[in-house]
Design a protein around this ligand. Structure first.
Ligand code: ZN
Length: 108
């Protein structure tokens, strides 16, 4: 959220249309809650009325036993091949602002 507002100050657009964020699967954020929080936070800012898009990134891991690499499915954090729990999480912690879409005022 702060990243969005900082970016807006730089660009000084007339209107923010959409903000895209990337959220790793390890962040248990509920899209609906986040969308609501975004609405509240952007009130009275140039971002008011804009959309928030959330791109989810899967949780990925690497097995320390058999060197398997892949996506973690479900709640069980285990290797997809040998089922070992000795894995290293390699993806899914991401949480950042990806891009913003703005609308500039009358070009003339
Ligand atoms: Zn394994």
């Amino acid at each position: 959220m702060q990243a969005v507002l900082a970016e807006l100050k730089k660009v000084q657009p007339s209107r923010l249309v959409r903000a895209r964020i990337v959220a790793g699967g390890l962040h248990q954020l509920v899209s609906a809650n986040l969308t609501f929080a975004y609405k509240v936070l952007t009130k009275e800012t140039p971002a008011a009325g804009s959309f928030l898009s959330i791109r989810r990134v899967p949780i990925t891991a690497e097995c320390r036993q058999c060197h398997w690499r892949g996506k973690i499915r479900g709640a069980l954090f285990a290797c997809g091949r040998c089922k070992s729990g000795d894995i290293e999480i390699t993806g899914g912690r991401e949480l950042y602002l990806d891009s913003i879409e703005v609308e500039q005022g009358d070009p003339s």
